[in-house]
Design a protein around this ligand. Sequence first.
Ligand SMILES: Nc1nc2c(c(=O)[nH]1)N[C@H]1C(S)=C(S)[C@@H](COP(=O)(O)O)O[C@H]1N2
Ligand SMILES: [Mo]
Length: 416
Amino acid sequence: MRDLATRLPSSPRFWRSPLRGPWFTSVLGLVLLAGIGVLFVTGLLSYAAYNPDLSPVNDKTPDKGLLGFYLFAWPTEPSWLYRLTQGVHVTLGLTLIPVLLAKLWSVVPRLFALPPVRSPAHALERASLLLLVGGALFEFVTGVLNVQLEYVFPGSFYPLHFYGAWVFFAAFLAHVGLKAPTAVRNVRRMRAGGGEERDSLVAPRPDAPTVSRRGALWTVGGGSLLLFATSAGRSFDGAVRATAVLAPHGGAEPGRGPNGFQINKTAAYAGIDAAETREDAWRLVVVGPTGTVRLGRAGLLRLPLHSAALPIACVEGWSTSDQWWRGVRLRDLAALVGFDGDAPDVLVESLQRRGAFRSGALRGNQVADPRSLLALYVNGETLSPDHGYPARIIVPAAPGVLNTKWVARMTFGDLG
Ligand SMILES: Nc1nc2c(c(=O)[nH]1)N[C@H]1C(S)=C(S)[C@@H](COP(=O)(O)O)O[C@H]1N2
Ligand SMILES: [Mo]
C-alpha cells in the first residue's frame, strides 16, 4: 500500500528530479515577472492603438466596460512606435515560451499535492494559481496561434486574448504579492552561499543529477535564444527577414521590386474583383458636412500629392522598414467636404464585402498629420492590387489594420 502511494504523483517521492527547488523556480519566476510585465504593458498599448473607443468598427470588445479605463488617443509620432511596441510584444512573447514551460515544469509537483485544500486561505491560493497557470498558457497559445495561423480565430482572437490577459493579470498580481518576497529571499540566500531553504519542491528522494541547475538554466536560455533568433527578423526586411524561419504565417510571397514587401491579405483573398478597381469603374466617395464628392483616380491625381516614408507594422509582430508612399493628404480630403480647421475623425470603408478589417476609423490627430495619406503609389510605382490598388490609407505609427486597402468611401466627421 505504501509502495503504491509513492508511485502516485500526489506523493513527493514520485518526483525525482534533483533540479527542482526554490532557487530554480525563483530564478525563472523573476525572469517571467519582468518579461510578462513588458508583455502586459505592450499588449495594453496595442489595444489602445486600435482606437477601440472611436467607433464600433474598431471595437472587437464592446463589453470591455471599466477595462477600457486607460484608453488614449494613439499618437502619430514617432512613426515607428507601433513597429517597436508590437515587435517587442510578439518577439518577447515567443522568446519567453521556454522560460514559461520550465517554470511550469519546476512547480508541477504542487499541482498534484494532497490534500488539495488545507484551509480557506490555501484554497484561495490554489484557485489563483489555477487562473495563473491556465491564464498564462491561454495567452501564449492564443498569441502563438494568431501569429502563425491567423485564420483559426474568425474574428474572435481579440476578445479572447484581451479578456484572457486581464484574468491572468489579476491572478498574476495576487501571485506576485504572495511569492515575490520568497523569490527574492531565495535568490539572495543562494548568492550569499547559504544552502537551499527546505521546501516541498525539493525532491526527498532525488535521482542522480544529469545536469546542474545552472546547466538547466543555460538550456532554457538557449531555447529562448533560438526562438528569438528565428523570429526577430520578421520586424525587418531583406536578408534579416530571411532569418525569421518561424515565419510570419505562410502568406503570399511579396516578390521583388517596389511592391515587394510583405502582404497581409491578398486582393484575391479579400474578394476584390479587378473589374471594380479599373480606372473607368472605381470612384472614391468622400462624405462630409458640406456634401459628397466623387473622385476617380484621375481626379485624385489632380489634387496636391505628397510623399511620406512610413512602415507597415502588423499586430502579428511583423513589420516592414519605411516604404516611400505618395498620395493625397487625409486632411486635404477632409477640407474638400467642409473641414478647414480642426481635422475630424474619419470612417474608411473598402471595396471588401466580408472580413473583420474591411473598414476602420481614424482619429482627428491621425487625419491631421501631414504624413497621413490616401496613397496611390508606393516606392515610385502604382500600388499593386495586393497592396491596395487603386488607393489605400497609410498613417504614421498606426497598427497595420488601420491602413485600409482598396478604399471606396471616406466619411469625415464626429464618429461618436
Ligand atoms: N480592406 C482591407 N484592408 C486591410 C486589411 C484587410 O484585411 N482588408 N488588412 C490590414 C492589415 S491587418 C494589415 S497588417 C495591412 C497590411 O498591408 P499590406 O498587405 O499592404 O502589407 O493592411 C490592412 N488593410
Ligand atoms: Mo495586420
